[in-house]
Each structure stands twice: as structure tokens, then as C-alpha cells.
Design a protein around this ligand. Structure first.
Ligand SMILES: O=c1[nH]c(=O)c2[nH]c(=O)[nH]c2[nH]1
Length: 310
């Protein structure tokens, strides 16, 4: 049965390009999801398997990262225009390029935005929270005698664009990870904390204030900890909550390490050092999953290890 080729396009979809720009101590983030779709004189690729007119999707991916470094990202539009023009103008076989971009917004922890303003920190220069509210959680149980009140949150996504290192770990024959002395630390926090209030009406905490304060201490510890591992940062966040909030005895975190790998741009003659502001590839999976409970000394742990069952 005769067939003909209809509309077709190709390219690398969902390149997770993260560009950090350093202005002295103050960092700026552009966090994009970039999809490239090219079309043109590609009949032979489909009909005959001749790749002579085919710019590899891998090359389109590399171009997205290299352009972020070489020209920066002033805006998604400007960056997209630059890429689209490049693919069409540099390749005779490519007649049309469509660049689709999603941009994820981050705000400075302690800035004047809605998510951070109640935290009351001075605006910080390299610590960010992903825009959009976290989901607040509560679980109340009562057995006729005693209450147990757990509070928590999920999807609080934070990033330090510096002040994070990871080195000195075990190296066995399967280890390929390079030690890193200036990396991005990003995580999407899920956490539950347990109040020691069991029902005394006279001593009931202010739940609203308690929540705000617990969140504040978590964010402050995230900002202030010079991190040698996500584990260390979680411990600092938990102990800051326990030490500052007498109504909370136990806190458990589940924190995916949202890896940002520095893209190797040396094949294109580009340095990509963290100190100059680098381009990172935001990987979504697999991810390190770091979980820990921090307790007031002497209390029994009661928050389930698997918090997804809560
Ligand atoms: O903060 C980290 N903790 C780890 O245990 C770990 N493992 C890894 O590969 N990267 C990291 N980062």
C-alpha cells in the first residue's frame, strides 16, 4: 500500500537547563525546561534511512546548554529566539525550529515575596524557595484519653546555589562520583513533626504560630548551614526546630536530593566552573532520598518511618 510521509518534527524534549549567574555574592537563577522541535528537508531520513540531513537530537540538547553558558539567559523568549534562529540559519536542511520553554520561578528566602515574608530573615543571596505554596499537613488522633497531633508540610522546594560540598565519602570499585567543593543543594522537603500536647485545654499551643515558626526554623537552618551533605543539613534543620520550639518533641524529614549536575561544556571550548556562574542539568531521577528523625533527647520516637502511610 503506497504511503507518504506527512508532517514530522524531531528534537530533544525537556532539557532541564539551570543557569546560575553570580553577581558578587548575589546569585540569580534561571530554571528552564526546554524542548526543541525541528522540521525541514527530512524526507530521506524517513524514507531511506539517510541521516545526511539530520542534526542529532543530542546536538540540539548540547546547544541548549552551551547557549545558556555562552550567551546567558536574559529571558526565556530571548534565549528561545537565539536557539531557533541558530538551528534554522546554521543548517540548510532545517527550515523550521520550534522551541518550547517552561520556566520555573524561584524566590529568595527572606525576600519580600508571599512565600517568605513572614520568615523575617534578611534577604539572602544564594538561598531560594520554589514559587508556589507548600502543602500544609496535619494528623490528629484521639483514643478517648489522649490526643496525638502531628503537623507537617510537603513540596517545600528549596535550593542553595552555593555553600554545599560533598566529598570524603567511601570510594569502592563502583564509585564514579567526583568530589564536589561547590555544588547546588536542592530538595523538596516532606516533613512531619509531633507536638507533645496531649489534651490539656489550658496549655494548647497556637497551632498557626507553631506551624509558621517550625517552617521558619527549617528555612533558617537551610540558609545558614554550610552543607557537607544533605544528611547534615536535615539534622541542623531538625535540631533547630526542637531547640527553639518546646511544644515539638520529634520531627522527621524525607528529602529527595534534587541533583543538579554541572554540564560538561569542555567539548565546545567552554569552561563551566561554579565560581563563574555555571549551567547545570537538573536530573529528575534517580535521586538520592535522605530521611531522618530528630528527637528531643529522652523521648520515644513515634512518627512512622514510612511517612507515606500517614
Ligand atoms: O548530600 C549527599 N548525601 C549523600 O549521601 C550523597 N550521595 C551522593 O551520591 N550524593 C550525595 N549527597
Amino acid at each position: 500500500m503506497p504511503t507518504i510521509l506527512g508532517q514530522n518534527q524531531y528534537g530533544k524534549a525537556e532539557n532541564r537547563v539551570v543557569k546560575i549567574t553570580r553577581d558578587g555574592d548575589t546569585h540569580h537563577i534561571k530554571d528552564l525546561n526546554v524542548s526543541v522541535a525541528l522540521s525541514g528537508d527530512l524526507d530521506d531520513v524517513h524514507y531511506n534511512g539517510s541521516n545526511a540531513n539530520c542534526l542529532p537530537t543530542d546536538t540540539t540538547k548540547n546547544t541548549c546548554f552551551a547557549f545558556a553558558k555562552e550567551y546567558g539567559i536574559d529571558s526565556a523568549e530571548q534565549y528561545g529566539i537565539h536557539l531557533a534562529r541558530h538551528f534554522v540559519d546554521s543548517q540548510p536542511s532545517i527550515h523550521r525550529a520550534r522551541i518550547r520553554i517552561e520556566e520555573y520561578a524561584w524566590e529568595r528566602i527572606g525576600g519580600s515575596d508571599s512565600n517568605s515574608k513572614f520568615i523575617g530573615a534578611d534577604e539572602v543571596k544564594h538561598s531560594f524557595v520554589r514559587k508556589g505554596q507548600e502543602t500544609r499537613l496535619a494528623q490528629i488522633t484521639y483514643d478517648g484519653e489522649k490526643f496525638e497531633v502531628l503537623s507537617g508540610l510537603k513540596d517545600l522546594t528549596v535550593m542553595n546555589s552555593t555553600n554545599s560540598e560533598f566529598w570524603g565519602y567511601i570510594k569502592d570499585k563502583y564509585t564514579t562520583l567526583q568530589e564536589d567543593y561547590d555544588r547546588i543543594l536542592a530538595t523538596s522537603l516532606s516533613t512531619w513533626w509531633r507536638h507533645n500536647w496531649t489534651g490539656d485545654e489550658q496549655r494548647m499551643p497556637s497551632w498557626e504560630r507553631s506551624y509558621e515558626q517550625a517552617k521558619k526554623h527549617i528555612l533558617h537552618a537551610f540558609v545558614e548551614t554550610y552543607s557537607l551533605s544533605l544528611q547534615q543539613t536535615l539534622y541542623q534543620m531538625g535540631s533547630r526546630v526542637i531547640n527553639n520550639r518546646s511544644e515539638i518533641d520529634e520531627i522527621r524529614f524525607s528529602a529527595p536530593n534534587k541533583h543538579h549536575f554541572r554540564q560538561d561544556l569542555t567539548p565546545f571550548g567552554l569552561d563551566n566552573e561554579a565560581k563563574d556562574g555555571a549551567v547545570y542539568y537538573a536530573a529528575d531521577r534517580p535521586y538520592g532520598l535522605i530521611e531522618a528523625t530528630i528527637l528531643r533527647d529522652g523521648v520515644e520516637p513515634k512518627i512512622p518511618v514510612d511517612m507515606t502511610n500517614l
